[in-house]
Design a binder for this molecule. Structure first.
Ligand code: GNR
Ligand code: NI
Length: 167
């Protein structure tokens, strides 16, 4: 297991579209395990492969307090969605920035598990928000993209400064 480096906005690699996984093999399972370790270490409630510079459609999520409910989604697809709700979001790739984003309230997701078997899951609340946030990463989208240009410019400036200071 290994903790991977997380790309920080505005990194152009966060805006690339990820490719589907064609076979869930040991290499993919190793990446999943490293992503989970990286998410827990951060700490975060979700992580998409795009954030660790892997252009594959893989996400890990654990919204539990006890950090013992890891959910793995390979090639996730939202097959139905209803309602809409706004909530405050953050992102490990956009440190210390929080802003309201509107998402579907309830979703049904289809994905492959770590054995390559297909499953479906109904999600609402924070889990639904997190899954939609992660699938956006696979499509090269970051929550900042939903904000006004003015807010995007402010965030870009703030994080560029932050990166210069930590360099
Ligand atoms: O850790 C995270 N918290 C969070 C809070 C509200 C909405 C979405 C998230 S996902 C984020 C981890 C992350 O950046 N995943 O891509
Ligand atoms: Ni994120």
């Amino acid at each position: 297991m290994a903790i991977l480096d997380i790309l920080i906005y505005p990194d152009p690699r966060l805006h690339e579209v990820a490719a589907p996984v064609d076979t869930v093999d040991d290499n993919i399972r190793k990446l999943v395990d490293d992503m989970a370790e990286t998410m827990y270490a951060a700490p975060g409630i979700g992580l998409a492969a795009a954030q660790v510079n892997e252009r594959k459609r893989i996400i890990v999520v654990d919204i539990s307090e006890s950090k013992d409910s890891l959910k793995i989604f390979i090639n996730p697809q939202i097959i139905s969605a209803e309602g809409s709700e706004e909530s405050e979001e953050g992102c490990l790739s956009v440190p210390d920035i929080y802003a309201p984003v509107s998402r579907a309230e309830k979703i049904r997701v289809r994905a492959l598990d770590r054995n390559g078997d297909s499953f479906e899951l109904d999600a609402d609340g924070l889990l639904a928000v997190c899954i939609q946030h992660e699938i956006d990463h696979l499509d090269g989208k970051v929550f900042v993209d939903y904000l006004s240009r003015l807010k995007q410019d402010r965030i870009r400036k703030k994080l560029s400064k932050f990166q210069r200071q930590s360099a």
